[in-house]
Design a protein around this ligand. Sequence first.
Ligand code: GLN
Length: 487
Amino acid sequence: MIKELHNKLVNKKITAVELAESYFARIKEKDGEIGAYLTLTEDLALEQARKVDEKIFRGEKIGIMEGIPIAIKDNLCIMGVRTTAGSKILDNYIAPYDATVIKKLKEAGAVILGKTNMDEFAMGSSTETSIYQKTRNPLDLERVPGGSSGGSAASIASEEAVCALGTDTGGSIRQPASFCGVVGLKPTYGRVSRYGAIAMASSLDQIGPFGMTVEDTAIVLSVISGQDKMDATCAQSPTKDYTNYLTGDIKGIKIGIVKEYFEGLNGNIKKIVDDTIEKYKKLGAEIKEISLPHSQYSLAIYYMIMPCEVSSNLARFDGIKYGLRINDKQSDSNESGDFPQTLLETYLDSRKYGFGDEVKRRIMLGTYALSAGYYDAYYKKAQKVRALIKQDFEKVFEEIDFIFSPTAPEMAFKFGEKTDDPMKMYLSDIYTITANLVGIPAISFPIGMISEKGDSSKKLPIGGQLMGKWFDEEGLLNAAYTFEINK
Ligand code: GLN
């Protein structure tokens, strides 16, 4: 997709301005129904596109991302552009700087179309916790697009963008990619700078690409990855062109299948997973059953560590430094009519009216677990189990190259199906969160379609997930690519 558009630009079949305008026309036609975007950045996009056209006009060579329309999740800062993270507390926040990934995209000449809807502060699996709007799954409007990067995934599936960026703390790129039938990649922790991403849980967050194809995600990753002096957790690895590794040859690679992952899996999904494993065998991969005994604790550990980091990261939203401040009668957010008299009351009221229920739930859980007397019993213990989970992976990666599983235990679900029961919602991440806990790269790509009851009713996509070794994005992308081109 990106390569084809690039060739069209180079061969003057279309100008970058025309391409951008065609996407804005599509957004105007479609987005009332889908709700993928929160903010459009038309001026910025056309300015970028004009620069690309001038280069082409002068006969200069253009890079692969130049003139390519991209959508950005609304927790990534773009200078001068409203950045809400799906929250009321940041309703009026205009980012004063570019996130490193945005700086890199701008330098590469990408055309930024706008900011996409998301769960509030990236907390959720359906984009339903956004305080702004619903995002509908383009493949079935009654269903959620997944989350928290639901707007970015939907923008690709509805052809309202060519590619997109999301963030993934426990599955927020891969699960919506699975629900919307597109490709989503969570890079190794440290592969991509997090500078300018509104933090959820800093030891788990990573920024990554969405695309229609594996190759498109490889192209975007090549642009956004690399060392950054603004993020001390960003690895000192040189940037690479990941498309060079897409050979379509996986003969001899070893794929592990985790025996603990398949208990209780829906039969229709299991069948598609089995078919995918067969396909990998035919393509020359060796399949091995493996065990990750501590993975059973992943969900519990994630929902202990993540809220602790959330409570710490979100302390900065106090009504003073950023965004919403409840301090006067003009503020229409305070329904009680009681207005804060002191600084403490301003803090409390701004947070009370600025944050939604899911965000408050996690802040409270995290604050509790980190408090004196509980820290050792909860947070510290969870970190110890996290280390054990990581050791399981180190051990299996001595024998195998990749681990294959479904991305999510289900297809896209209906609006409201899980909003009353946080535990149900949390279980959507059962296959994805482990990669964040141990920091490895993981990709979701479409492997088949199923209908809800296995009958002839409407079919929806199922994603397969491959997890790879730390910093082996090249191998991971090639393994997904080889399946995709032989589907
Ligand atoms: N759904 C998970 C959660 O709510 C993951 C979120 C994410 O990856 N940002 O925590």
